[in-house]
Design a binder for this molecule. Sequence first.
Ligand SMILES: *[C@@H]1O[C@H](CO)[C@@H](O)[C@H](O)[C@H]1NC(C)=O
Ligand SMILES: *[C@@H]1O[C@H](CO)[C@@H](O)[C@H](O)[C@H]1NC(C)=O
Length: 495
Amino acid sequence: MGERTWASSLLSLIVVFACLSHVLGDVHSGEAGAKQHDHQMRKMQAFKASFVRRNLISSPSPSPSPSPSPSSFSPSPTSSSVTVTPSPRLYHVTSYGADPTGKLDSTQAILQAISDALEGPSDGFLMQGISNLGGAQINLEGGNYLISQPLQFPVVGRGNLMIHGGTLKASDNFPTDGYLLDLSTSSSNAPEYLFEFITLRDLLLDSNFRGGGIQVINSLRTSIDNCYITHFTTNGILAKGGHETYIRNSFLGQHITAGGDKGERDFSGTAINLMGNDNSVTDVVIFSAQIGIVVSGQANLLSGVHCYNKATGFGGTGIYLKLPGLTQTRIVDSYMDYTGIVAEDPVQLQISNTFFLGDAFIKLKSINGVVNGVNIVDNMFSGSNKGIDIVQLDQSNGPFKTIDQVVVDRNNVKGMNLKATIGNGVVQGNVTSWTLDLNPILLFPNLIKNVQYTFFHSGNSFVNHALRNVSNNLVLIESDVQVSASVHVVADQGK
Ligand SMILES: *[C@@H]1O[C@H](CO)[C@@H](O)[C@H](O)[C@H]1NC(C)=O
Ligand SMILES: *[C@@H]1O[C@H](CO)[C@@H](O)[C@H](O)[C@H]1NC(C)=O
């Protein structure tokens, strides 16, 4: 549809509505009637507004012809008269003078678009103190924008806003402690939650080896979706305080590489830093960073994460759980590719259905010697026959002393050493004592909480036999007479 025909049909539509509301208005009389009339008018305006907006959204995407001036896109809260159409809340950054070729600095232009969106009309409240922007959109229009200062949201207490569809690149003088997109505030009397339901989608963020990509502070229900974040030196994404930052379907790497990079030893930075609770990272690839994900808040879910950020052999870590004493983290359905998981004093930790490739392993690191409620089950491990244990203990700060409800079991291995908290075996002999050494399989030294054994001998006599000792993971069974027997043992460190 051409612009003119579209505009004229819109005009006739408005005329029709104006007439219609006039007719409806005439039906009523008196005070009650007037109230009713006002009500009808409001309903009619709302309906018309929604009709117009639907039309705009379903209309073909704008031609590359010069963009309308910002004012035609900025909402005009005073335009409540029937004949003026409310503007959709779409903020096109080029309308503010942003340069989509990435040559000129677009910081101020984009900040102005963000500012206008945040100061735009709102429809009631989300959480207390957070006004609902109705789904306003800041459209980067597929451009590549040079940014010299963090795009810090100038006001707080706003929600239901999206920034989408383009590239932001830090300039050579971007502050090295800054974030390209910065949902934080420097104000000291900020509300409990700064923002709610902000969506950052379809963005490429290039930190140009100066600082980070996205910072989300004390916010609720933030979506980071289909983003590619690269060249960060601090954090690709930092989520601190607040909760429910959902990072989905995104790609993060300090260096743009597809593995086997010559500079891998020098990779630094953290791709995702979760310093808060109840966040989720799903279907995310981390292709270069010193640490893939650092978690220091509880109840976070990591699922479908593929880490090949920096091999453990080069000093890298896939996922680092830095919540000693109360971990409450789930890592499921993920892919640890030459890089492993470190958990400090894990208490309530689930690692399952995950594939560990290239001698990648899980390390439980003692801080105060506590490990409790840990399930490492149903994973696959593959290595290169270097004798690497699939689960290892780092007791350099002191041994694990409080060990309870730990289940490491039902994992399968290829070219690595199986470790578990449940071990079994059989020992035979024509003797009076049978000793089974379960140290090669059992994870914790000198810990057996429960033993079951079966004493099998084919002679005619009945013999007395008993479990005598389990210390140092050596299971000792003795009989009162010499007899040729095989003893089957199952020993458990978990319960
Ligand atoms: C077990 O050893 C004893 C004494 O050496 C011997 O008499 C007996 O035949 C052995 N039993 C078996 C089944 O080999
Ligand atoms: C169990 O064996 C250890 C040596 O492994 C020994 O020091 C300890 O005294 C034994 N305990 C009993 C009850 O025999």
